[in-house]
Design a protein around this ligand. Structure first.
Ligand code: AMP
Length: 212
């Protein structure tokens, strides 16, 4: 099954993607995580992306389309995959179609703007493996330490309030049109993001079962 998770930054799509990924035993492909790893490793692509990420802007389409093309051609994606954070523009969605990639379901995690800023300010991510936590809604077992790998939990620089507003603006302008794009193809399912992760997960899994 090839699934896309759509939603505003901080809507919880990454967390849902990871849970479904484990359940269906298919990888999650997160362009944000791939770009952050490239940044950390100081690669040319990472350096190119830095100014866009810092400003809360999207990295140019050709760069992310190249990343996705390369990643989806790897063996572990052969039986299905979950896309988290891609596509984020209509040209990116069209590029997937042009690559001949069939998408089965697009799950839109819907969270009101007013809730997003609070969610992002409480978000903490693992410096080592990128796993995501929340100070209130998804606490690690030990404060400041990643459950998965023991890495240090930090706040992402682009989760700062002034950058968040910009990211939300970019989301409404460039990413939200993807809802109609996939709705017109009969692929879109909307899941209302709940306060607690497990409640959203129950709705996500039901949506995938109903629509399978
Ligand atoms: P994320 O972790 O998905 O919120 O991504 C963090 C940042 O990486 C975004 O704010 C963008 O600057 C960049 N990025 C990730 N995915 C994409 C994409 N599909 N298109 C353009 N930029 C992206």
């Amino acid at each position: 099954m090839n699934i896309i998770f759509l939603g505003a930054p901080g809507a919880g799509k990454g967390t849902q993607a990871e849970i479904v990924s484990e359940k269906l035993a298919i990888p999650t492909v997160s362009t944000g995580n791939i770009i952050r790893a490239a940044l950390k490793n100081g690669t040319e692509m990472g350096l190119k992306a830095k100014s866009f990420i810092d400003a809360g802007q999207l990295v140019p389409d050709d760069v992310v389309i190249g990343i996705i093309q390369e990643r989806l051609s790897q063996d572990d994606c052969a039986n299905g995959f979950i896309l988290d954070g891609f596509p984020r523009t209509i040209p990116q969605a069209e590029a997937l179609d042009e690559m001949g990639i069939r998408i089965d379901k697009v799950i839109d995690i819907d969270v009101a703007d007013e809730a997003i800023v609070g969610r992002l300010s409480g978000r903490r991510v693992c410096k080592a493996c990128g796993n995501s936590y929340h100070l209130e809604y998804k606490k690690p077992a030990v404060d400041g330490v990643c459950d998965a790998c023991g890495g240090e939990l930090i706040q992402r620089a682009d989760d700062a309030p002034e950058t968040v507003l910009n990211r939300l603006h970019v989301y409404h302008e460039q990413t939200e049109p993807l809802k109609s794009y996939y709705a017109s193809k009969g692929k879109l399912v909307t899941v209302k993001g709940q306060e607690h992760v497990e409640d959203t997960t129950a709705l996500t899994l039901r949506a995938l079962e109903d629509e399978a």
